[in-house]
Design a protein. Structure first.
Length: 681
């Protein structure tokens, strides 16, 4: 049997065509679960087996080190003992480093340059801000880094950036960018954005060097092409030779990273850049049941910006996709856990069950429920709710207000937000407290009286102690959740997050809002703090299997037997902030995110929404997501309210009318009553 037959044995007809067509530009549109990695790896191995090129004449680019490692292991397994050389296989960044180490002098660096990580960048930018009298509280180093990265992703050096008149903020950041780049060069250092940008500049300004690689790379293979940004796409185009043997594999329907700079137009306009391109659509799915696939395909067909394909499977229909309506977010968590406990656990391993949320703060209600019933879980790509830094910070404030002898809580409060108190000062306080047998708070008070601090530190501690004493008085007058709101405002903790405008801090603010919501389930501060202590001290390594909790963004590339997709409501999914910032473009990306979420499921999928959600202390009517109306009736099983609040605030009667508790007789609930009746019908 020939090497060709051995390699192609496990491929379907379209996969084989895509592998065998090695000459000229190819775009392989690979649907979810259609064997994308297998095709790319087989194509690489086929080129080598047919002696179309030596391994080191092939450039294969992936997006993650994990994907590169997996592909490398497969390919090395094939070529072992046949060739000593291996393909140029890695991420854009790792391959760029190879280029730049060889030709650093051409762009004014030495070949042993250092690669700066995020912490290095922050420190360098912080020093620049101090020197330029830029207030780091108003413009954080992280915010400046995000701006600089965005410019670099667009291929702009500090000399290329054009700022509109009267834009003081961007002008300040551009000044920092210019100084930052000069200082980095003085240090013979590059950051991750530089690696790709400088490679592009190297090739643009040194055609002789670029030509060396164009002649060397007879074939270029690219994985996850839909995730490329402007500069990565330019990087690729500069390396393509006259024969244009470039093969890009990806799925436009899974382009969900525009917030990281990914540009779906690279994928959609590939045939414009390479007019002779051949397109192969991998539409046979090997992962999911027909009902799951048809649901996802029907939903994504509402997008206009796509190449267009329809997934199909030769497998069975499987269960209908469940669409469940719950009365509240709390009921949704209870309902999902009940389904897992009574049905799913009996059929599948919990390790193959996943709950996918749109926003990370949504995990809180599920975590609370799982802790209550003793169901093991893990948060993938994230941290458990009560272990997140901002939640620990907020709870430390509550702990020290609750009782003054909680030294660990006060120590955390001193550093959140940072107050200029160093380790040496803390050590001094602890030593004094130990000697005088005082708690940390009393030790600080005494040292203030003894005038043992420098003026600036003394003032900082005096203000903090007065605030804590005030909050203890406030705690006797107001609700514990209102107390936390007050503390976050008066301590400047909230403003410290709001001033640092980036995605990470926006998520932290959302988590704090969710914490305020959680506190309302408890009678008082003491009860809530006891609950938190029990939640955080629960055995972190549950014995046996665990349900997976993660965001939809983090789930790309993964698959599970059973997937739950809660929170399908307007404002949450599609996310209101995304729609406000990017309009129809964001709506299509949100829909692609829904498609990714559904297609993670192999055997069963459960979608759900709540009729009301708590938001910043108030109950608000929720409107079902517009995506629900785009689901195909034939593949969906609708279930009405499957859980109720314990207080039985409302229920369906025989005639489809609804009984409401007096506290819910409001215009908002009258609107909700109509929605519930419509859903019942």
């Amino acid at each position: 049997m020939s090497s060709e037959n051995k390699l192609l044995d496990n491929l379907n007809s379209v996969q084989k065509k895509a592998v065998l067509d090695t000459e000229g530009p190819n775009l392989i549109v690979a649907g979810a679960g259609s064997g994308k990695t297998r095709v790319l790896t087989t194509k690489l191995a086929y080129i080598i087996s047919e002696k179309r090129a030596w391994p080191n004449q092939i450039l294969c680019v992936t997006f993650t080190n994990k994907a590169a490692k997996e592909m490398q292991n497969r390919v090395l397994g094939f070529i072992k003992g046949k060739n000593s050389a291996v393909p140029w296989l890695g991420t854009f960044h790792s391959i760029s480093v190879k280029f730049l180490r060889r030709h650093a002098e051409a762009i004014g660096f030495k070949s042993n340059f250092t690669i700066l990580d995020t912490d290095d960048q922050k420190k360098l930018i912080k020093k620049i801000c101090e020197a330029e009298n830029i207030d780091a509280k108003k413009i954080s180093p992280q915010f400046i880094i995000s701006f600089i990265d965005n410019w670099k992703n667009k291929g702009l050096t500090h000399k290329d950036v054009k700022i509109k008149k009267n834009n003081t903020l961007e002008s300040q950041i551009l000044k920092v960018y210019s100084i930052y780049q000069q200082k980095a060069q003085d240090l013979n250092a590059m950051d991750f954005g530089d690696l790709i940008l400088f490679t592009v500049k190297l090739f643009e300004n040194n055609d002789d060097i670029a030509e060396i690689y164009r002649k060397n790379f007879k074939y270029i293979l690219v994985d996850e092409y839909q995730d490329t940004n402007f500069i990565q796409n330019k990087w690729l185009n500069l390396l393509v030779n006259s024969k244009q043997n470039i093969c890009c594999v990806g799925d436009d329907d899974q382009s969900i990273y525009s917030w990281r700079g990914a540009e779906i137009k690279n994928f959609l306009t590939f045939d414009k850049i390479y007019p002779n391109c051949k397109v192969y659509k991998l539409e046979q799915n090997y992962r999911s049941t027909k009902n799951i696939l048809e649901t996802a395909s029907s939903l994504i067909s509402n997008n206009n910006s796509r190449v267009g394909k329809k997934l199909w499977s030769s497998g069975n229909n499987g269960d209908l996709v469940k669409l469940n309506c719950y009365s509240s977010g709390k009921d949704e968590a209870t309902g999902v856990s009940d389904i897992i406990e009574t049905k799913i656990k009996k059929k599948y391993s919990l390790n193959n069950v996943c709950i996918l949320v749109r926003a990370i703060y949504q995990t809180r209600e599920f975590e609370e429920r799982f802790l209550k019933i003793g169901l093991g879980y893990r948060v993938l790509g994230g941290i458990r709710f009560y272990e997140r830094a901002e939640i620990k910070d907020a709870i430390s404030y509550l702990r020290i207000v609750n009782q003054k002898f909680d030294d660990l809580a006060l120590e955390r409060v001193i550093g959140a937000p940072k107050k200029g108190v160093g380790d040496a000062t803390l050590k001094k306080i602890y030593e004094y407290g130990s000697k005088e047998k005082l708690c940390l708070e009393d030790a600080i008070i005494n040292l203030i009286k003894l005038n043992q601090f420098k003026p600036k530190i003394k003032k900082t501690f005096s203000v903090l102690i007065k605030m804590i004493e005030k909050w203890r008085i406030d705690a006797k007058k107001i609700k514990h959740y209102d107390l936390l709101k007050l503390i976050l405002d008066e301590s400047s903790y909230s403003s410290s997050l709001k001033n640092k405008k980036d995605l990470e801090n926006e998520n932290r603010l959302e988590n704090l809002k969710e914490l305020l919501r959680a506190m309302q389930d408890y009678e008082n501060l003491q009860d809530f703090l006891e609950h938190v202590s029990l939640a955080t001290s629960a055995d972190q390594e549950w014995e046996g299997e665990k349900v997976n909790l993660m965001t939809m963004h983090a789930a790309k590339g993964l698959e599970f037997d059973v997937v739950f997709l809660p929170g399908w409501e307007e404002g949450l999914f599609p996310h209101q902030k995304s729609l406000q910032e990017k309009g129809d473009f964001a709506l299509e990306e949100e829909r692609r995110l829904a498609y990714v979420g559904i297609t993670r499921a192999k055997k069963e999928a459960f979608l759900s929404f709540a009729m009301r959600r708590a938001y910043q202390g108030d109950w608000m009517d929720a409107v079902p997501s517009r995506f629900i109306n785009e689901l195909p009736e034939n593949n969906i099983e609708k279930n009405e309210i499957v859980e109720k609040e314990n207080d039985d605030n409302f229920d369906f009667n025989q005639d489809n009318s609804i009984e409401l508790g007096d506290e819910f007789r409001s215009p908002g609930w009258n609107r909700l009553k109509k929605k519930l009746i419509k859903w019942k019908k």
